[in-house]
Design a protein around this ligand. Structure first.
Ligand SMILES: Nc1ncnc2c1ncn2[C@@H]1O[C@H](COP(=O)(O)OP(=O)(O)OP(=O)(O)O)[C@@H](O)[C@H]1O
Length: 247
Protein backbone atom coordinates (compact mmCIF):
# COMPACT_ATOMS: atom_id res chain seq x y z
CA UNK A 1 0.00 0.00 0.00
CA UNK A 2 1.18 3.50 -0.77
CA UNK A 3 0.23 6.15 1.74
CA UNK A 4 0.86 9.78 0.85
CA UNK A 5 0.36 12.42 3.53
CA UNK A 6 0.38 16.20 2.89
CA UNK A 7 3.12 15.81 0.26
CA UNK A 8 4.43 19.06 -1.25
CA UNK A 9 7.21 20.05 -3.63
CA UNK A 10 8.56 23.51 -4.38
CA UNK A 11 11.49 23.52 -6.81
CA UNK A 12 14.45 25.75 -6.02
CA UNK A 13 13.78 29.24 -7.36
CA UNK A 14 10.15 28.44 -8.26
CA UNK A 15 7.37 30.77 -7.16
CA UNK A 16 4.71 28.13 -6.62
CA UNK A 17 4.43 24.65 -5.23
CA UNK A 18 4.39 22.02 -8.02
CA UNK A 19 2.67 19.53 -5.69
CA UNK A 20 0.50 20.94 -2.90
CA UNK A 21 -0.24 19.07 0.33
CA UNK A 22 -1.38 16.03 -1.60
CA UNK A 23 -3.03 13.11 0.20
CA UNK A 24 -3.65 9.73 -1.44
CA UNK A 25 -3.75 6.02 -0.65
CA UNK A 26 -3.10 3.44 -3.37
CA UNK A 27 -4.03 -0.12 -2.46
CA UNK A 28 -1.97 -3.23 -3.09
CA UNK A 29 -2.35 -4.63 -6.58
CA UNK A 30 -4.22 -1.59 -7.82
CA UNK A 31 -3.60 -0.05 -11.23
CA UNK A 32 -3.79 3.66 -10.43
CA UNK A 33 -3.67 6.40 -13.08
CA UNK A 34 -2.43 9.95 -12.48
CA UNK A 35 -4.03 12.17 -15.11
CA UNK A 36 -3.77 15.91 -15.62
CA UNK A 37 -2.86 18.68 -18.05
CA UNK A 38 0.76 19.61 -18.85
CA UNK A 39 2.43 21.03 -15.77
CA UNK A 40 -0.17 19.62 -13.35
CA UNK A 41 2.48 17.95 -11.17
CA UNK A 42 2.24 14.29 -12.23
CA UNK A 43 5.95 13.77 -12.97
CA UNK A 44 6.92 15.66 -9.81
CA UNK A 45 4.68 13.38 -7.73
CA UNK A 46 6.05 10.20 -9.35
CA UNK A 47 9.63 11.47 -8.99
CA UNK A 48 9.10 12.01 -5.24
CA UNK A 49 7.49 8.58 -4.77
CA UNK A 50 10.40 7.00 -6.69
CA UNK A 51 12.85 8.85 -4.41
CA UNK A 52 14.38 10.62 -7.42
CA UNK A 53 13.69 14.02 -5.84
CA UNK A 54 13.14 15.07 -2.23
CA UNK A 55 9.76 16.35 -1.04
CA UNK A 56 9.72 19.87 0.40
CA UNK A 57 7.30 18.72 3.10
CA UNK A 58 4.94 15.89 3.94
CA UNK A 59 5.63 12.17 3.87
CA UNK A 60 4.84 8.90 2.17
CA UNK A 61 5.40 5.20 2.73
CA UNK A 62 5.38 2.24 0.35
CA UNK A 63 4.43 -1.10 1.90
CA UNK A 64 5.32 0.47 5.25
CA UNK A 65 8.80 1.51 4.04
CA UNK A 66 10.07 5.08 4.09
CA UNK A 67 13.02 6.55 2.22
CA UNK A 68 14.51 7.89 5.45
CA UNK A 69 14.45 4.56 7.29
CA UNK A 70 14.56 1.81 4.64
CA UNK A 71 16.34 3.30 1.62
CA UNK A 72 17.85 0.05 0.29
CA UNK A 73 14.77 -2.10 0.88
CA UNK A 74 12.62 0.57 -0.76
CA UNK A 75 14.88 0.55 -3.84
CA UNK A 76 14.33 -3.20 -4.20
CA UNK A 77 10.57 -2.84 -3.69
CA UNK A 78 9.96 -0.31 -6.45
CA UNK A 79 10.58 -0.15 -10.18
CA UNK A 80 10.73 3.11 -12.11
CA UNK A 81 10.00 3.63 -15.79
CA UNK A 82 10.99 7.23 -16.49
CA UNK A 83 9.52 9.42 -19.25
CA UNK A 84 12.94 9.77 -20.91
CA UNK A 85 14.71 6.65 -22.16
CA UNK A 86 17.22 5.59 -19.53
CA UNK A 87 19.22 3.49 -21.99
CA UNK A 88 22.76 3.56 -23.39
CA UNK A 89 22.30 4.07 -27.15
CA UNK A 90 25.52 2.41 -28.28
CA UNK A 91 25.02 -0.73 -26.18
CA UNK A 92 22.80 -3.62 -27.32
CA UNK A 93 19.45 -4.35 -25.67
CA UNK A 94 21.01 -7.34 -23.89
CA UNK A 95 24.01 -5.29 -22.66
CA UNK A 96 21.73 -2.53 -21.38
CA UNK A 97 19.53 -4.99 -19.51
CA UNK A 98 22.54 -6.84 -18.11
CA UNK A 99 23.84 -3.52 -16.76
CA UNK A 100 20.50 -2.56 -15.15
CA UNK A 101 19.99 -6.09 -13.75
CA UNK A 102 23.42 -6.04 -12.10
CA UNK A 103 22.59 -2.68 -10.50
CA UNK A 104 19.88 -4.59 -8.60
CA UNK A 105 22.29 -7.35 -7.56
CA UNK A 106 21.19 -9.85 -10.22
CA UNK A 107 23.87 -11.87 -12.00
CA UNK A 108 24.94 -15.07 -13.76
CA UNK A 109 22.61 -17.52 -15.47
CA UNK A 110 19.63 -16.24 -13.46
CA UNK A 111 20.01 -12.73 -14.90
CA UNK A 112 20.69 -14.07 -18.40
CA UNK A 113 17.56 -16.18 -18.35
CA UNK A 114 15.44 -13.32 -16.91
CA UNK A 115 16.58 -10.99 -19.69
CA UNK A 116 15.78 -13.54 -22.39
CA UNK A 117 12.35 -14.34 -20.90
CA UNK A 118 11.37 -10.65 -20.76
CA UNK A 119 12.71 -9.91 -24.24
CA UNK A 120 10.67 -12.85 -25.52
CA UNK A 121 7.48 -11.67 -23.74
CA UNK A 122 7.83 -8.17 -25.17
CA UNK A 123 8.53 -9.36 -28.71
CA UNK A 124 12.19 -8.34 -28.73
CA UNK A 125 14.02 -11.70 -28.57
CA UNK A 126 15.48 -11.44 -32.06
CA UNK A 127 16.77 -7.92 -31.39
CA UNK A 128 18.67 -8.81 -28.19
CA UNK A 129 22.06 -8.18 -29.78
CA UNK A 130 21.16 -5.06 -31.74
CA UNK A 131 22.20 -1.62 -30.52
CA UNK A 132 19.56 0.60 -28.95
CA UNK A 133 20.31 3.43 -31.39
CA UNK A 134 18.88 1.27 -34.18
CA UNK A 135 15.57 0.74 -32.29
CA UNK A 136 12.23 2.45 -32.96
CA UNK A 137 10.54 4.47 -30.20
CA UNK A 138 8.21 1.57 -29.39
CA UNK A 139 11.12 -0.88 -29.08
CA UNK A 140 13.03 1.51 -26.79
CA UNK A 141 9.93 1.92 -24.58
CA UNK A 142 9.70 -1.87 -24.24
CA UNK A 143 13.40 -2.20 -23.30
CA UNK A 144 12.93 0.71 -20.87
CA UNK A 145 10.11 -1.24 -19.25
CA UNK A 146 12.14 -4.47 -18.97
CA UNK A 147 15.04 -2.57 -17.36
CA UNK A 148 12.72 -1.52 -14.54
CA UNK A 149 11.11 -4.91 -13.83
CA UNK A 150 14.01 -7.38 -13.91
CA UNK A 151 14.24 -7.28 -10.10
CA UNK A 152 10.52 -8.10 -9.79
CA UNK A 153 9.38 -4.93 -7.99
CA UNK A 154 6.23 -5.03 -5.89
CA UNK A 155 5.32 -1.49 -6.94
CA UNK A 156 5.93 -0.09 -10.39
CA UNK A 157 5.91 3.64 -11.26
CA UNK A 158 5.57 4.52 -14.92
CA UNK A 159 5.71 8.06 -16.32
CA UNK A 160 3.89 8.04 -19.67
CA UNK A 161 5.02 4.54 -20.70
CA UNK A 162 3.11 4.60 -23.98
CA UNK A 163 3.98 8.08 -25.24
CA UNK A 164 5.22 8.19 -28.83
CA UNK A 165 4.72 4.51 -29.59
CA UNK A 166 2.60 2.83 -32.26
CA UNK A 167 -0.63 1.01 -31.47
CA UNK A 168 1.04 -2.41 -31.62
CA UNK A 169 3.78 -1.53 -29.12
CA UNK A 170 1.23 0.21 -26.89
CA UNK A 171 -0.88 -2.93 -26.86
CA UNK A 172 2.07 -5.17 -25.95
CA UNK A 173 3.14 -2.79 -23.15
CA UNK A 174 -0.37 -2.52 -21.66
CA UNK A 175 -0.96 -6.28 -21.86
CA UNK A 176 2.39 -6.92 -20.17
CA UNK A 177 1.54 -4.46 -17.41
CA UNK A 178 -1.79 -6.21 -16.87
CA UNK A 179 0.04 -9.55 -16.52
CA UNK A 180 2.42 -8.04 -13.98
CA UNK A 181 -0.57 -6.65 -12.10
CA UNK A 182 -2.31 -10.06 -12.13
CA UNK A 183 0.86 -11.51 -10.63
CA UNK A 184 0.65 -9.01 -7.75
CA UNK A 185 2.40 -5.82 -8.87
CA UNK A 186 0.86 -2.48 -7.87
CA UNK A 187 1.01 -0.04 -10.76
CA UNK A 188 0.96 3.77 -10.68
CA UNK A 189 1.15 5.40 -14.05
CA UNK A 190 0.76 8.80 -15.66
CA UNK A 191 -0.74 9.26 -19.09
CA UNK A 192 -2.36 11.72 -21.44
CA UNK A 193 -4.13 8.84 -23.19
CA UNK A 194 -7.49 9.03 -21.46
CA UNK A 195 -9.10 6.16 -23.40
CA UNK A 196 -6.20 3.97 -22.43
CA UNK A 197 -6.43 5.01 -18.77
CA UNK A 198 -10.19 4.47 -18.72
CA UNK A 199 -9.78 0.86 -19.84
CA UNK A 200 -6.56 0.09 -17.97
CA UNK A 201 -6.90 1.67 -14.51
CA UNK A 202 -8.88 0.44 -11.53
CA UNK A 203 -8.88 4.02 -10.21
CA UNK A 204 -7.60 7.34 -11.46
CA UNK A 205 -6.93 10.75 -9.95
CA UNK A 206 -7.22 13.93 -11.99
CA UNK A 207 -4.52 16.33 -10.85
CA UNK A 208 -4.40 20.04 -11.59
CA UNK A 209 -2.18 22.80 -10.20
CA UNK A 210 -0.42 20.30 -7.93
CA UNK A 211 -3.42 18.74 -6.25
CA UNK A 212 -6.03 16.06 -6.79
CA UNK A 213 -9.33 17.52 -7.92
CA UNK A 214 -11.16 14.22 -8.17
CA UNK A 215 -10.40 10.52 -7.81
CA UNK A 216 -12.26 7.25 -8.20
CA UNK A 217 -13.11 4.41 -10.55
CA UNK A 218 -13.36 5.64 -14.16
CA UNK A 219 -16.97 4.44 -14.51
CA UNK A 220 -18.03 6.14 -11.27
CA UNK A 221 -16.37 9.42 -12.29
CA UNK A 222 -18.11 9.37 -15.67
CA UNK A 223 -21.46 8.65 -14.00
CA UNK A 224 -20.93 11.49 -11.52
CA UNK A 225 -20.39 14.21 -14.15
CA UNK A 226 -23.50 15.37 -15.93
CA UNK A 227 -23.28 14.91 -19.68
CA UNK A 228 -19.97 13.00 -19.52
CA UNK A 229 -19.69 9.94 -21.77
CA UNK A 230 -16.08 9.08 -21.11
CA UNK A 231 -13.07 10.05 -19.03
CA UNK A 232 -12.05 12.73 -21.52
CA UNK A 233 -15.40 14.51 -20.97
CA UNK A 234 -14.83 14.36 -17.20
CA UNK A 235 -11.27 15.64 -17.63
CA UNK A 236 -12.31 18.62 -19.81
CA UNK A 237 -15.25 19.51 -17.57
CA UNK A 238 -13.01 19.59 -14.51
CA UNK A 239 -9.81 21.09 -15.89
CA UNK A 240 -11.31 23.37 -18.56
CA UNK A 241 -10.48 23.81 -22.21
CA UNK A 242 -7.85 26.55 -21.88
CA UNK A 243 -4.37 25.69 -23.18
CA UNK A 244 -1.69 25.07 -20.53
CA UNK A 245 1.33 26.43 -22.37
CA UNK A 246 4.26 27.43 -20.22
CA UNK A 247 7.95 28.11 -20.86
N1 LIG B 1 13.20 20.93 -12.25
C1 LIG B 1 12.23 21.86 -12.15
N2 LIG B 1 12.50 23.11 -11.70
C2 LIG B 1 11.53 24.04 -11.59
N3 LIG B 1 10.22 23.81 -11.90
C3 LIG B 1 9.90 22.59 -12.36
C4 LIG B 1 10.87 21.54 -12.51
N4 LIG B 1 10.24 20.42 -12.97
C5 LIG B 1 8.95 20.77 -13.10
N5 LIG B 1 8.74 22.05 -12.73
C6 LIG B 1 7.44 22.75 -12.71
O1 LIG B 1 6.58 22.04 -11.84
C7 LIG B 1 5.25 22.02 -12.36
C8 LIG B 1 4.79 20.57 -12.51
O2 LIG B 1 5.57 19.96 -13.54
P1 LIG B 1 5.47 18.40 -13.83
O3 LIG B 1 6.54 18.08 -14.85
O4 LIG B 1 5.47 17.65 -12.57
O5 LIG B 1 4.03 18.33 -14.52
P2 LIG B 1 3.37 17.15 -15.34
O6 LIG B 1 1.97 17.05 -14.86
O7 LIG B 1 4.21 15.92 -15.26
O8 LIG B 1 3.40 17.73 -16.82
P3 LIG B 1 3.55 16.97 -18.25
O9 LIG B 1 2.21 16.37 -18.52
O10 LIG B 1 3.86 18.10 -19.16
O11 LIG B 1 4.64 15.96 -18.13
C9 LIG B 1 5.30 22.80 -13.67
O12 LIG B 1 4.90 24.12 -13.43
C10 LIG B 1 6.76 22.75 -14.07
O13 LIG B 1 7.12 23.88 -14.84
Amino acid sequence: MIEICNLSKKYKGAENLSVKELNLTVNNQEIFGLLGPNGAGKTTLIAMLSSLIQPTSGSFSINGLTFQQHKNKLKQTIGIVPQEYALYPTLTAYENLHYFGSMYGLHGEHLKSLIHTHLEHLGLAKFANKRINTFSGGMKRRVNLIASILHDPKVLFLDEPTVGVDVQSKNVIIEHLKELNNDGTTIIYTSHHLNEAEAFCHRVAIIDHGNIIVKGEPKALIASQEGAHNLEDVFLQLTGKALRDHA
